[in-house]
Design a protein around this ligand. Structure first.
Ligand code: ADP
Ligand code: MG
Length: 244
């Protein structure tokens, strides 16, 4: 799997962001950030805590408008979903209702909503837990709900903000593998993934490229191309030959 370099899905250009009122004690969090997410790749964003990674992801997701610069989606049919570190589930809603939230905003009819939510829940391995509440689930299962809610809208771009960092090592590994399997087998519509992580090993295992982010202010200062056989390529004959 290689990125399709002439097919950018997201273009971030000269993005700056200040928190606080203009002119007074404002905090420049992002300065002149440039990045491109191409079709068919997984890109990691690695940087210190407080360097502005979440701010950048929220800008790409459209949850905040950066103070300056632009975020564009060259393809008209591009859509973005986001997965959060803390899962961001509604505790008073069941698994199915949490997943349907993604579709309610899009005014999908209830019967279709139900069908699509159940399909996403099944795909992500939560079959049988439709009516459970988040507090009844383990951390790994909660993040599966977060993933199902992101995937139910059929996005082409998945943004993940430290999606595995609240999970123990084994749970994180299982979830990562399941997600990569779904992606590599084309069982979900995601074309490309941009993922924030603190964990360099995780970045190397998952990503085609790793963008290194500086602090104060945040900016992409280096790019590492990962040239290892990725676990997601294990269906490919060349990689199978390596490991068998
Ligand atoms: P990261 O995800 O890399 O840890 P963030 O984007 O969350 O970084 O935060 C970058 C900086 O902006 C931090 O100093 C943080 O305290 C500050 N910050 C984040 N969100 C807000 C906000 N809503 N208002 C003011 N400051 C914020
Ligand atoms: Mg963050």
């Amino acid at each position: 799997m290689t990125a399709i370099q002439d097919h950018p899905l997201v273009e971030v250009r000269n993005v700056r962001h200040f928190y606080g009122k203009a002119g007074e004690n404002n905090l420049l969090v992002l300065d002149d950030v440039d990045l491109t997410l191409f079709d068919n790749e997984i890109v990691g964003l690695l940087g210190r805590s407080g360097s502005g990674k979440s701010t950048l992801l929220r800008s790409i997701a459209g949850l905040i408008t950066p103070t300056g610069g632009s975020v564009t989606f060259p393809h008209a049919d591009s859509s973005v979903s986001m997965v959060f570190q803390s899962f961001a589930l509604f505790p008073w809603l069941t698994v199915q209702q949490n997943v349907e939230v993604g579709l309610e905003a899009k005014r999908v009819a209830p019967a279709t909503r139900r069908k699509r939510a159940l399909a996403a829940i099944d795909m992500i391995g939560l079959d049988g837990f439709e009516n459970a509440y988040p507090k009844e689930l383990s951390g790994g299962m909660r993040q599966r709900v977060g993933l199902a809610r992101a995937l139910v809208v059929d996005p082409s771009i998945l943004l993940m903000d430290e999606p595995f960092s609240a999970l123990d090592v084994l749970t994180a590994e299982t979830l990562r593998t399941d997600l990569l399997d779904l992606w590599s087998e084309g069982r979900m519509p995601i074309k490309s993934i941009l993922m924030v992580t603190h964990n360099i090993e995780e970045a190397v295992l998952m990503c085609d490229r790793i963008l290194v982010f500086s602090s104060n202010p945040g900016r992409v200062v280096a790019e590492i191309k990962v040239d290892l056989p990725q676990p997601r390529n294990r269906q490919e004959p060349a990689f199978r030959a390596l490991v068998e």
